[in-house]
Design a protein around this ligand. Structure first.
Ligand SMILES: Nc1nc2c(c(=O)[nH]1)N[C@H]1C(S)=C(S)[C@@H](COP(=O)(O)O)O[C@H]1N2
Ligand SMILES: [Mo]
Length: 316
């Protein structure tokens, strides 16, 4: 990961080796993409169709919101992890116009009575949206407070009528080889994440379609992404195209890339260091001093009971 702030220099050490090797390829890919954007002005037209940044109308603020100062809208739009686009923090905002956001469908399938392919615009109308302010803590040691707009994942899963075999949920991001990071194969795509059924059905777990009252920008995972506030940021799969109810525990992308360092649960835990760096503190983007990281990212009261009897040292 290419980062400039001194605080983040340590983060460059955390990039797993295959990613470093992939970065040169990625830079070549980014240059090619920039060139083709110049040759194909209609890409801009497709960007407009995606309607990132459109107002979402009056929104009820969820009582489950955190009451903390929000991270600036600009920071949320310009400090992103989105490997389908690029591995540094600033490039996703510059490359997001390459994403083709319409037509877009989300397939809900697997162990359920009513599998369905949702058109994203139908889906946006089918579930009442609300504003949810959540802390997001990245495993790299930074955090933000984000006014998401979305609805509980549970609402969508209930519509599918999960069967008793549905023990886990696997969420899959898009895989568009036209995008520079995807093309460079910096990690295995599509990006996959997983939750246990009770985590997926928990009222704090949402699908987000917007932030700061507007539809999501591409770099934040438009048109729809997962948000699980008590877990490290990487659990929140962006630009989802498939949600599958499954029996077995899914293997998520980071677990597959580096099983020694990333597990299935990824619950925020200041007491358990990542093999190569501490998780005790975090830098809130926009703030100068580090603050202490809270167990379950501050959501312990609501979720700690889900993990009673589970050894966080073995199952992180
Ligand atoms: N498909 C996909 N989803 C992803 C990622 C990614 O690279 N690809 N990065 C993850 C990581 S590491 C983090 S911290 C969050 C960042 O979300 P944000 O940029 O909207 O803050 O998205 C997560 N979801
Ligand atoms: Mo992250």
């Amino acid at each position: 990961m290419l980062i400039k702030r001194p605080d983040d220099l340590k983060a460059s050490e955390i990039t797993p080796r295959p990613l470093y090797l992939g970065r040169r390829k990625l830079l070549v890919g980014a240059a090619a993409a920039a060139a083709s954007a110049l040759l194909l002005p209609d890409l801009l037209g497709r960007g407009r169709l995606a309607r990132a940044g459109s107002p979402l109308g009056p929104l009820k603020k969820s009582p489950l919101s955190a009451s903390e100062a929000l991270t600036g809208h600009k920071d949320i739009l310009h400090y992103n992890n989105f490997y389908e686009l690029a591995t540094d923090k600033e490039s996703p905002a510059k490359l997001a116009h390459l994403m083709h956001l319409r037509p877009w469908t989300v397939r809900v399938e697997g162990a359920c009575g009513k599998p369905r392919t949702w058109d994203i615009d139908e889906l946006l109308k089918a579930f009442p949206l609300e504003e949810r302010i959540y802390r997001l803590r990245c495993v790299e040691g930074w955090s933000m407070v984000i006014p998401w707009v979305g609805f509980p994942l549970r609402a969508l899963l209930d519509r599918a009528e999960p069967t008793s075999q549905a023990k886990h949920v696997e969420l899959t991001s898009f895989d568009d080889p036209r995008l520079p990071g995807t093309q460079a194969r910096v990690i295995d795509f599509p990006y996959v994440e997983g939750l246990r059924m009770d985590e997926a059905m928990h009222p704090l777990t949402i699908l987000s379609v917007g932030l700061y009252g507007e539809t999501l920008a591409g770099q934040n995972g438009a048109p729809i992404r997962l948000v699980v506030p008590w877990k490290y940021g990487f659990k929140s799969a962006k630009s989802i195209v498939r949600i599958r109810l499954v029996e077995e525990q899914p293997v998520n992308t980071w677990q597959r890339m580096n099983p020694r360092e990333y597990g299935f649960y990824a619950n925020v835990n200041p007491a358990i260091d990542h093999p190569r760096w501490s998780q005790a503190k975090e830098r809130r983007i926009g703030e100068l001093f580090r603050r202490k990281t809270l167990p379950f990212n501050g959501y312990a009261d609501q979720v700690a009971a889900l993990y009673a009897g589970l050894d966080p040292r073995k199952l992180y």
